[in-house]
Design a binder for this molecule. Structure first.
Ligand code: 13P
Ligand code: SF4
Length: 348
């Protein structure tokens, strides 16, 4: 069954993937300069490293491209490197594989999943879709290859509003798997869509009541939020957008000295780098934890990046039939967003 795609990924010679990983990690010489080794291996293998803004700063610093989901998909579509190493989560590496069937696509930790993709299993999703014949199916890129294969168009948080706005006004749309992004797109475009009830565990934990208290304590702060947050949080935001959009907002407003940020903590690395004069405060969560770290993104580490480059696994593997079916909706997204975010190289 297609939901088992991940189990067919090339995890290496051992039956127990995590045991094999621990064994190789334990054997790394502690005096080894991992950053230098990664740079050497990258050149030797003609590899490109793509990193999402939610990765640890040390991984972002080693990457050739750092970006949001759209910019990274665009970079994957364009690369002429022989090997792609994805510092991000499984659906991102899978998208790179969909676009590059002949290249090895490595993911430092294959267990780096995503709550949105996991909560939209293809068997349940395709049954649900049967209720909506004649609808255009738009799915967030945070979904499995199998879900992409039953989609008409893929979108990201960067281009979702623009893509929906490009469709004729009377075209019925099913949108999945993030209900908050879907509802925000509905608001921006003024059109109703059928929404799959998925959510991101990181963004849904921001608490609007606590955020309001923080706003009251910092009346000089500007609130920026990712559209995966709940409506009550977004209602309090001055700017809403993808990770790249949030970063660009911070960079293009030197007059603002204090930001309250409602998205994953990894983005603070680039925000602080480009605005050392500004203060960044994390939007408060529901629980006692005072940070917003994606547990899946954090599975990738410097050691695992080194090991996957050195040993050439784990790799993303995909049935060619599934890949071809998933490719249509991803390519359609890239075509429909050519006029949007250009590929950004690190430091752009
Ligand atoms: P963007 O990369 O589109 O900002 O999405 C954030 C996210 O949650 C990625 O998993
Ligand atoms: Fe998925 Fe949320 Fe993590 Fe992004 S931050 S990878 S949407 S769980």
């Amino acid at each position: 069954m297609e939901t088992l795609t991940v189990l067919r990924d090339k995890r290496g010679p051992s039956d127990s993937w995590q045991e094999d990983l621990s064994r190789r990690a334990d054997a790394i010489d502690p005096t080894l300069d991992l950053e230098a080794e990664i740079r050497r291996l990258k050149a030797e293998k003609n590899a490109v490293i793509l990193a999402h803004y939610y990765q640890d700063g040390e991984l972002q610093d080693l990457a050739d491209y750092v970006g949001d989901s759209l910019a990274l998909a665009q970079a994957a579509a364009k690369t002429d490197a022989s090997v792609i190493v994805f510092c991000g989560v499984h659906f991102m590496a899978e998208t790179a594989k969909i676009l590059n069937p002949d290249k090895p696509v490595l993911l430092p930790d294959l267990d780096a999943g995503c709550s949105l993709a996991d909560r939209c299993p293809i068997d349940v999703y395709s049954e649900w879709l049967k209720q909506y014949p004649g609808h255009t199916v738009i799915n967030y890129i945070n979904s499995s290859a199998a879900v992409k294969a039953v989609s008409d168009i893929i979108c990201t948080s960067s281009n979702a509003v623009d893509i929906v706005a490009q469709l004729p006004k009377d075209e019925p749309i099913v949108f999945g798997p993030d209900r908050h992004l879907g509802r925000w797109v509905e608001k921006q475009t003024g059109r109703k869509m059928v929404l799959w009830p998925g959510f991101c565990i990181v963004h849904e934990q921001f608490n609007a009541r606590r955020l309001q208290k923080l706003i009251d304590a910092h009346p000089d702060a500007t609130i920026i939020a990712h559209p995966e947050c709940e409506e009550a949080v977004l209602d309090r935001a001055d700017h809403i957008g993808s990770t790249l959009s949030l970063l660009k907002f911070v960079q293009s407003h030197p007059e603002i000295k204090k930001f309250i940020v409602a998205t994953e903590h990894g983005i603070f690395h680039q925000m602080k780098r480009s605005r050392p004069d500004a203060e960044f405060i994390c939007s408060p969560p529901n629980s006692g934890c005072d940070c917003a770290m994606c547990p899946y993104m954090r599975l990738n580490t410097l050691e695992k990046l080194y090991l996957c480059l050195r040993d050439g696994y784990p790799q993303i593997e995909m049935d060619e039939d599934l890949r071809v079916r998933a490719e249509r909706s991803v390519v359609r997204m890239l075509e429909m967003s050519k006029h949007l975010a250009p590929v950004q190289q690190k430091g752009d």
